[in-house]
Design a binder for this molecule. Structure first.
Ligand code: FAD
Length: 141
C-alpha cells in the first residue's frame, strides 16, 4: 500500500550549500533501496518535503528524519493513502526555489514567503504540486 507524507521543519542552523547537498546525497543513495520517492524544498530556513512509498517504509523514514538534529519543529502536514505516486521521477528531487515565480508563493500565503506553518496541509500540498510543476527539480546536488 502506497502513502504520501508531507512535513515542514526549520533548519537548526544556517544551512550552507554543502550541508544541504549532504542531505540530498544521502537521500538519493538510501531512498531507492527503500522504494521511496519525493521532493525536498528549502527556502529561508524552512524545509518542506514530500515522501512517497510503501506505508511501513515511509513511516520508518519519517520517524528517523524527525529526530535528525539538523532541523527542528518537525510538523506533519499531510498523510494520505494513495493509488499512485505523484513524484515518482525522483529518489529525492530538489526544487530550485530561485527559479520560482514569486507570484506563486503570494497566491498561497500572506507574505509571499514559503511558510507552511501558517497554512493548512491542503494548501501546502497544492503549493508544493505547483512548485514542482513550475520550478525546475534537480536530481543532482
Ligand atoms: P545516522 O547516519 O546514524 O545519523 C544520526 C544523526 O547524525 C542524524 O539524525 C543527524 O542528526 C546526524 N547526521 C548524520 N549525517 C550528518 C551529516 N552529514 N551532517 C550533520 N549531521 C549528520 N534520509 C533518507 O534516507 N532519506 C531522505 O529522504 C531524507 N530526507 C531528509 C530531509 C531532511 C530535511 C533532513 C534533515 C534529513 C533527511 N534525511 C533523509 C536524513 C535522515 O534524517 C537520517 O540522517 C538518515 O536517514 C540516516 O539515518 P541514521 O539513523 O542511519 O542516522
Amino acid at each position: 500500500m502506497l502513502v504520501r507524507l508531507m512535513y515542514a521543519s526549520r533548519a537548526a542552523t544556517t544551512l550552507d550549500h554543502e550541508a544541504l547537498g549532504a542531505i540530498l546525497r544521502h537521500s538519493r543513495t538510501a531512498n531507492p533501496e527503500l522504494g521511496i520517492t519525493g521532493v525536498l524544498c528549502f527556502s529561508h530556513g524552512i524545509f518542506l518535503q514530500v515522501l512517497e512509498g510503501g506505508r511501513s517504509a515511509v513511516n520508518r523514514l519519517y520517524n528517523r528524519i524527525a529526530t535528525d538534529a539538523r532541523h527542528s519543529q518537525v510538523e506533519l502536514l499531510s498523510y494520505e493513502e494513495i493509488e499512485e505516486r505523484r513524484f515518482s521521477s525522483w529518489s529525492m528531487g530538489q526544487a530550485d526555489m530561485a527559479r520560482l515565480n514569486p507570484a506563486l508563493l503570494l497566491r498561497y500565503s500572506e507574505t509571499g514567503q514559503l511558510d507552511p506553518f501558517t497554512v493548512s496541509g491542503k494548501v501546502s500540498m497544492a503549493l508544493f504540486a505547483e512548485i514542482v510543476a513550475t520550478a525546475s527539480v534537480a536530481c543532482q546536488p
